[in-house]
Ligand binder design. Structure first.
Ligand code: GLU
Length: 474
């Protein structure tokens, strides 16, 4: 029979207060795998730790995923809400003889653990084989899984075939003494109930995969395909930690990366498709496969992230970038932000965005339009206006005052003609003019700057400097 099973993946974060960049990459891989196969990408919030799972912590995850553009299918599932179902499955495991109530006190467990360790084997509860009628009345108990005595072999899409000996697996607690299900039980039940067929997650869960496989087998449930990916490392090659800063995706949003830039960068951080670096969303979905997942950990590389983002900045819609830029500048009361300057910025966007890797860099590129006049030129900036520089600018002002065609090409041509007439190299014109028009901020070619600012503003900016320079006669 042909395999027509629908592919279902999931992302199952525990709410920690933010969407970790590693989690974001895991979510992306699961999302892309599902989309590639026309399947579904589901979201489950592992919110059984009631103290940490505040509404804010959950909202931070949802916001992070939404910002990154990883829309999940259907409602987000709350693991906590599934507790009754987890209990029912524990009962089923007990009925099948695959789990049992263990009445050992914490001290007894400690002693058993020490003996097991000394004998080089895993912890086995004496209640495995005891008659439940021997149970002390009203004594607290945990429910333990009857661990396999045969060891486990996992066929992982990234790690290959991985084997564990039976001595690696204790009789795992499935239900705690307070009645709360443990992670490995809840995950198996939820993944099964959500129809999950493929699980891509960090390799810190690899051994959990082996524990979970035993539970699947005990329930005669189909085991999903696991793909355990290496965790992201920091630029120094060490495992990513607080020390590296910027752990949450919102930090990258605030640093002015675009979600599509982040998607592209995260995709390449642990997955390869030949040597292709840059991917559109469609290309990602088309190309994604488990076989491209790397076995070696990816290292965060901020230069590369910026390079990838720059590509997506160039492709981004002008109005969208403008809106992001305005949001970024919202509390900059040192800038002139009015209808006129905003129109300049929007008009200049095709040029500005080609010169900026992030939104803050876009702000740097736009600054020459937004800085309030008059500019105070000192030091190196004032120098080109000394000697005959100011007089030359006064003559150029006269040319501009009469100039009709205020297009970039015509203005560039006019500057060339002026330089010829003055019998000087272009630098003698460009430097003082740039100082007058931009106040030293980064800016594109002078023809473009002139065209964007328009005639009135150009003349006004020249006048600012000419009136303040001694010896111009103005
Ligand atoms: N909630 C787990 C975590 O955040 C993930 C569990 C899983 O993917 O199976 O690490």
């Amino acid at each position: 029979m042909q395999n027509t099973q629908k592919i279902i993946t999931r992302f199952a974060p525990s709410p920690t207060g933010f969407l970790h960049i590693g989690g974001a990459r895991t979510a992306l891989f699961n999302y892309l795998f599902a989309k590639h196969h026309g399947g579904a990408f589901k979201l489950r919030i592992e919110d059984t730790d009631r103290e940490r799972s505040t509404p804010e912590a959950v909202a931070a995850i949802l916001e992070g995923l939404t910002w990154l553009g990883l829309e999940w299918d259907g409602e987000a599932v709350s693991q906590y809400d599934n507790a009754p179902r987890h209990h029912a499955v524990v009962d089923e495991l007990i009925a099948r003889g695959k789990a049992f109530k263990c009445y050992c006190s914490p001290d007894e467990v400690e002693a058993l653990r020490e003996t097991a360790f000394a004998e080089g084997r895993a912890l086995r509860s004496p209640w495995r084989d005891r008659d439940p009628s021997e149970a002390p009345a009203d004594a607290p108990y945990v429910v333990r899984f009857r661990a396999s005595d045969e060891g486990v072999t996992l066929h992982d899409a990234v790690q290959g075939e991985v084997k564990w000996a039976a001595k690696e697996f204790d009789d795992l607690v499935l239900l705690r003494a307070d009645g709360n299900p443990t992670y490995n039980l809840a995950v198996v039940v939820d993944d099964h109930d959500m129809g999950v067929t493929h699980i891509i997650r960090g390799d810190d869960h690899l051994v959990n995969g082996a524990r979970q496989a035993q539970i699947y087998a005990a329930l005669d449930w189909d085991l999903p395909q696991f793909a355990h990916i290496p965790l992201i490392h920091g630029p120094d090659g060490k495992k990513l930690s607080k020390r590296h800063g910027a752990l949450g995706v919102e930090a990258y949003r605030d640093m002015g990366y675009l979600p599509e830039g982040m998607r592209n960068y995260l995709l390449r951080l642990g997955w390869a498709h030949g040597d292709q670096e840059l991917f559109s969303d469609d290309e990602m979905v088309q190309a994604f496969s488990l076989s491209g997942l790397n076995k070696a950990p990816g290292r965060l590389d901020f230069d590369k992230m910026a390079h990838v983002n720059a590509h997506h900045m160039r492709l981004a819609d002008d109005q969208r970038l403008f809106d992001l830029l305005m949001a970024h500048l919202a509390d900059r009361d040192d800038l002139r932000l009015d209808e006129i300057t905003k129109a300049w910025v929007l008009r200049a966007m095709p040029i500005l965005k080609a010169r900026a890797k992030t939104i803050p860099e876009l702000a740097d590129q736009a600054e020459f339009m937004l800085k309030p006049r008059p500019f105070v030129l000192t030091g190196k900036l004032a120098k080109p206006l000394q000697d005959d520089g100011a007089q030359r600018m006064a003559r150029l002002r006269a040319v501009f005052a009469d100039h009709q065609d205020w297009s970039e090409d015509a203005l560039s041509e006019a500057l060339k003609t002026f330089a010829e007439a003055e019998e000087v190299g272009f630098g003698k014109i460009g430097q003082p003019l740039r100082a007058c028009l931009t106040g030293g901020s980064p800016a594109p070619d002078m023809g473009i700057v002139l065209a964007i600012l328009g005639q009135d503003e150009t003349l006004a900016r020249l006048d600012d400097q000419l009136n303040s320079s001694p010896g111009t006669g103005q």
